[in-house]
Structure formats: C-alpha cells, structure tokens
Design a protein around this ligand. Sequence first.
Ligand code: 5AD
Ligand code: SF4
Length: 489
Amino acid sequence: MEIRYIRDMELQAQKAFIEENRLLLQKRFGHPPRAMVKSFGCAQNVNDGEKLAGMLQQMGCSFTESVEEADIAIYNTCAVRENAEQKVFGIIGQATHQKASRREMLIGVCGCMAQQEHVSEKIRKSFPGVDLVFGTHVLHTLPELLHRLLTDEGKKRHRVFETPVCDGVIAEGLPTLREDGVRAGLPIMYGCNNFCTYCVVPLVRGRERSRRSADILAEARQLIADGYKEITLLGQNVNSYGKDLQDDMSFPELLEAVGNLPGDFWVRFMTSHPRDCTRELIDVIARTPKICKHIHLPVQSGSDRVLQAMNRHYTRGQYLDIVRYAREKIPGVSFTSDIIVGFPGETYEEFLETVSLIKEVGYSSLFTFIYSPREGTRAAKMDDPIPAAEKSRWFQQLLEEQKACGMRFYEEEVGSVRRVLCEGKGKLKNGILEGHPVSEGQTVLMGRTERGMVVDFIGAPALIGQFVDVQITTAANWALAGILQTGKE
Ligand code: 5AD
Ligand code: SF4
C-alpha cells in the first residue's frame, strides 16, 4: 500500500494557484466571489467540506447558503445509501438551472459519490451544467482544478473531471473554515480496510491511513486555544488508529492524550467498530474525565449469521461482552448504534434477534437504515428476496421497539442536574418547553449532555459556547427541557 503524505511542497504549489485564482475569480464575476459548499453524509465529509471552504476563503470568497446567491456552488456528496444519492442528483439538477441566467456560475461535485466511476459518467452525460467533478483523493488540489477551469476558457465547453483511483493520501496543513464555533470534528485517520459487505466506503475512501499523533495533538491544542469546547476525533474506524504507523500511539493512547490536554472541553470519538473495541479503550474512557461517557458502537444486526454475512468479525455475544464491561467500568455510560434492516437474505426471525438485542443493550438512540444495495459491494450481488414493503414493516417495528426502550433513558434524566454544552439557539418544538412559558425577549437555547441528549432551556444568548448546569424537568420526543442553574445572566 502506498500512502502519500501531501506536505509543504505540494501545498506551496496549491498556494500559487490560490493567489492566481483570486484575480481570475474577481475578473470572471466582476465582484468578490460568493461560494456555497454543501456537504452531505458523515462528520468526515463535513470536515472535508470545511477544508474546501478554507481554500475558497483564501481565494477571496465570502460564503452563502443559498445557491441563488452563489457564484461557485460545490456539492460534497455521500454515497452510503441510494436515496441520499437520488436526492443529491435532484439538487444538482436544480443548481444547473441557475446557469440559464448566470452563465459564468461554476458548479462542482465532489466527495464519495463523485469518486464512483458510474456517477462521474452520469454527471458527464446527464448534467452538462456541472463544470468540475473531483474525487476524495484530490480534495487538496481544488485550487489547481479551479485554475484549470478558469484559464482554459478558449475551449468551447470546458469541464474538468479528476477522480483518480488510489489507496489514498494524507494532506496536512490545509486551512479549515469550520461551520461551528463550539464543536469541532478532528480527523485522526482516513479510509477503511474492513470491507463490510454492504458498504461502499472502502471503495470510495481508500485504505486506512492514520495522521501522526503529533499533528493531531497540535491541532487539538489549537482548537482548545481557539475556544472550541468539544472535539470529536473522527475516522471510519477509529479503533484501527495507528496500526499503519510505526512508533506512534494506539487509539486508546491518543484518546487519553487528547483528553488530558489542559482546558475545559469535552472529547468524543466516532466511529468505533465493535470488532476492535478493546477493554483498554473502555478503561481510558472510565478514567479520563473529559472523555464523554457515551459510546457510539454500531452493531448493525443482532443475528450471528447476518453479522457473518456482513463480514463484521464479531458475534452478538462478543458485542454484549464489551457492553457489559463498559457498563461495569463506566457508571451511567450511554450507547447508541447504527442498525441495518433487511440485509440480503435476512429472515424475519433474524430481524427479531436484532429487536431482542436492542432491548438487551438499551440504546439511548439508534440510527436505523433499510439496506440499500451499493454498486461494487459484495452484498449487492447477494440474493435479496424480501420485498421492499416487508422491509419497511420491519423497519417500523424496530422504530416502535426503540421508542419504547429509548425514551426510558430520557425519562430517567428528569429531576437531575446535568452539565450541558450550550450549542446555539433552540426551537420550540412539540411543546417541549411546556410548563416553561417563554415570554417575549427570552431566548430558547439548546445544548447536549455528556451522554448526547439534547436539552432545551431558557437563557441568555451569551451562554452559547459555554458549559452550563441545567435541572432537567421534562422529557419528550427524544429531547429534554430544563431550567438553567448556573450562569443565568
Ligand atoms: N445500506 C444501508 N445502510 C448502510 N450503512 C452503510 N452502508 C449501508 C447500506 N448499503 C449504514 C451503516 C453504517 C452507517 C453509517 O450507514 O449502518 O454504520
Ligand atoms: Fe458517506 Fe461514507 Fe462518504 Fe461519509 S465516508 S460521506 S458516510 S460514503
């Protein structure tokens, strides 16, 4: 495997394109350019989008969330499920209509969808309004790709397609323009080696490659100095961190090192594969106060046969062992999970094993998906006899079961005082602040507890980005409401 570190030299070359693009973009639009970067999918992808925005900012762009206002619109896509892909095609189609009245507008598509050959071919043929298509391994070359678009105008209809296939690169030192000022995603590794049979990620994001711990810790220190209060260490499978590095840290060591940095902040991590979620990791969470007592541990299925067909490399029993150990060592730890319903060949009895597992574990919330066949994966070639309507019924049943057992965790919070990281303004939804009349001039704020539960409360907007104590008074609709105890004014 060859992983290339993109460091100073190559980034210097991109810097030169950034400088030239500043002038070229200004000339093209006749005003300082406005850009829109829309990211879909996982937190990794959002972080990629923040890097694209960072580079565009250096090219003199300001930002808008509306495609009608955008001179440059970039869609950073996700390929995990088909319905998300269809949605993105619809959105891109609408964006290209903008070009009827604004021919100079530039539209780019990148990310996991763009990396797939059949998708880039579809865009080439069916979406002529898209100017630029680039894959996951060349994200850092956006300045160069834009430069190519901006300087080859002599050609009749110039478009740039750059989706090389490779094991992957690591680009250090890219500017990141984060969407949020309170919570930051911090990638520690890229790619995936697991090849779960349903999953397209290894095909579009390349092999596992870890950033050096010194680079990660430096970035974490900077985030804390910049005032971020929550850092989420990101990777498709963070438990494999460091396996490709020599003389560097393992994931538990890295997590502990980040958790022991000075400052008042929380640390989370995503996503942890149960296959190599070790007792050592649980011990680190237990003994490090800044690491949130919440583990997202996607189980996917409760049936050993289905787990094997998914190539997950653990059994239901092994999964339950690690949950039991964590419950023992970390009082009050909460678990969340991803579940796939209707994997090819899954029977109703096997689905019921998933239902019994979610009851046995007791998840505070679940992300549930109906299986979606993905081109190039092994599962896409398996027999899949269960009709879609039947899978939908199973899916509904799972939601009902989860509703019954998940809300218990919310109800148990009522009466306690919780530390909450205030993330922003909240919305009055479904009467969640019932019993707390909101008078004119008062602001509803929202935040999350260490265990990941959303809390709404009334407080001053100046509290956004701070830790506060809230007495929990109500639980409804997967959220809590409460009364601010500290920092009231
Ligand atoms: N179909 C349905 N869900 C999927 N996921 C990944 N691939 C598929 C697929 N082909 C789900 C898994 C994973 C989450 C990010 O998306 O549950 O954990
Ligand atoms: Fe979607 Fe996976 Fe790509 Fe994330 S890595 S954007 S979940 S396909």
